[in-house]
Design a protein around this ligand. Structure first.
Ligand code: ZN
Length: 498
């Protein structure tokens, strides 16, 4: 077990955890947001990030500090916490970003990690290679070897009680991401950033991002704290947390503010296009859109950055409450409506339902089947996989409505799209307590039909009849011929509680 990370609550593969950062003497609750601090340009002072926004941890770049004579001298003399004016945990990056941008940096893992230790960083980072998406496989593999050497070098540095990041790369090759995750987990290092996802997010390739993270997670251990490196837009926190990401960093709050961009949980607006501010944070409460536009450049940038931080931290809190409530997938479902690319991300997440199902043991309060995608949720898959454990009588009626008043069946079970069939005795157990719309859709019916098929396959000798409310032909075609069909539509509505 990694003693510095403890999971307190979980939903899907998302978790509320406690990351103990020994050097800072603090415990950070995850999911956590790390505001990115440019040491040359403090858009919002770190002290205010803690007191007004609740930041427990932030991230800055040790390579920038090292290569600036004044900053370096002050960091070495005063220490990083004094330099930034921040008492919480500070993570430092290594210059890998600069390496990716400029192709060359003048440091090594050993040197920069020692520097991070010396200036008082709480979580340090080796020089890994952030391989961009879509490079030839040979290049991604060669980069991974270099990153593996960096991790080995990092493990050999005497860092005291500084935690150390073990980045997981592998570009857009899921098997390489998985292998890299397994190798990183084996190093004995402490925190696991999934790297080089920014180009995917910038290109709205949320499905590729989901596949990369899911693959990395397969390689990592459950007790590995995972950082989705460079992901700071609140729109994608819910889906990333549902995959099992624990840490996020945001440079976006400041970079977007500089461009006059206003973050929301459903996308990015341009201040110049806004007549109204759709937010109740202190900034938006006290200013109109017009007043923000009329402010001086520096003021406008700071005010927009503060709004951006407020919505970003608010979404982190909302995600945490969703984990506590056990309805994180409903939040993902809502966020997925913001953009077709987000919907692709959600659908990619559901492609990994079997992987999520292995981590998602929680019995929850609610399951709202609110979309086409709900039919593919891990709970539905799990129910179908467990149907073969149920004792089935010789003559069984599966009915969307109640039992007929006179019948010769041995038992009458309910069948509810998208879940499928189940005995009435299980009606009060999760997820069969699901709230479903009365106006069901074809995806839900197809999923319920798959449940009927699974039940029939597990009980080839049983006589099964399915009484459905006018299901689509595409759903009925998935029911095996051995099952007798009765169409109840046109009977004037049913009686669910009978
Ligand atoms: Zn606001």
């Amino acid at each position: 077990m990694r003693e510095h990370f403890e999971v307190r609550a979980a939903d899907v593969a998302g978790r509320i955890g406690e990351l103990t950062v020994p050097r800072a003497g603090v415990t950070v609750e995850t999911p956590a947001l790390l505001p990115v601090i440019n040491p040359n340009l403090l858009t919002v002072e770190p002290e205010r990030l803690a007191s007004e926004f609740g930041a427990e941890i932030l991230i800055t770049n040790s390579y920038i500090i090292r290569n600036d004579e004044d900053l370096r001298e002050r960091a070495e003399r005063e220490g990083l916490h004094e330099l930034l004016g921040f008492d919480g945990a500070i993570m430092t990056d290594s210059g890998s970003f600069q390496l990716a941008e400029y192709g060359e940096i003048d440091t090594t893992t050993r040197e920069i990690l020692t520097f991070q230790r010396d200036i008082g960083s709480d979580i340090g980072t080796p020089v890994d290679i952030p391989t961009p998406p879509d490079v030839p496989r040979e290049e991604a593999e060669a980069d991974l070897e270099t990153t593996a050497e960096a991790l080995a070098d990092a493990a050999a540095v005497d860092v005291g009680d500084m935690l150390v990041n073990a980045p997981v790369q592998g570009a857009t090759y899921p098997d390489l991401r998985e292998r890299a995750g397994r190798a990183a987990a084996a190093t004995g290092l402490d925190v696991f950033p999934v790297g080089a996802v920014v180009p995917m997010m910038n290109a709205y390739r949320y499905d590729d991002m989901v596949d990369a993270v899911a693959a990395a997670k397969r390689g990592l251990d459950v007790d590995c704290p995972v950082h989705l490196f460079g992901a700071g837009h609140p729109m994608m926190f819910a889906v990333a947390v549902a995959l099992g990401c624990d840490l996020f960093d945001s440079a976006a709050y400041a970079l977007y503010a500089r461009d006059g961009r206003y973050l929301t949980v459903s996308g990015t607006e341009h201040l110049e296009d806004l007549e109204y501010l759709p937010c109740s944070c202190p900034i938006c409460h006290e200013h109109s859109a017009e007043a923000l536009r009329a402010a001086g450049t520096a003021d406008r940038e700071r005010l927009l950055a503060e709004h951006n931080l407020h919505v970003t931290f608010e979404e982190i809190r909302r995600v945490k409450q969703s984990i506590r409530d056990g309805d994180l997938l409903e939040l993902v479902d809502q966020r997925a409506r913001a953009h077709p690319a987000m919907l692709d991300g959600y659908r990619a997440l559901l492609d990994h339902a079997d992987q999520l199902e292995r981590e998602d043991h929680a019995s929850k309060g609610s399951f709202f089947a609110v979309s086409h995608e709900s039919a593919r949720r891990p709970e539905v898959l799990r129910h179908h996989e467990r149907l073969d454990r149920l004792a089935v009588p010789d003559r069984l009626l599966l009915s969307e409505y109640g039992a007929p008043s006179n019948h010769e069946y041995d038992e009458v079970w309910r069948v509810v799209p998208p879940l499928g069939p189940f005995p009435r005795s299980l009606s009060e157990t999760y997820p069969l307590t699901a709230e479903t719309p009365e106006r069901t859709d074809e995806a839900a019916e197809r999923s319920a039909a798959d449940g009927v098929a699974a039940l029939a396959a597990a009980n080839p000798d049983a006589e099964i009849t399915l009484a459905h409310d006018g299901w689509h032909a595409a759903a009925l075609s998935r029911v095996p011929e051995s099952v007798t069909l009765e169409d109840l539509s046109g009977l004037g509505g049913g009686n669910e509680s009978a």
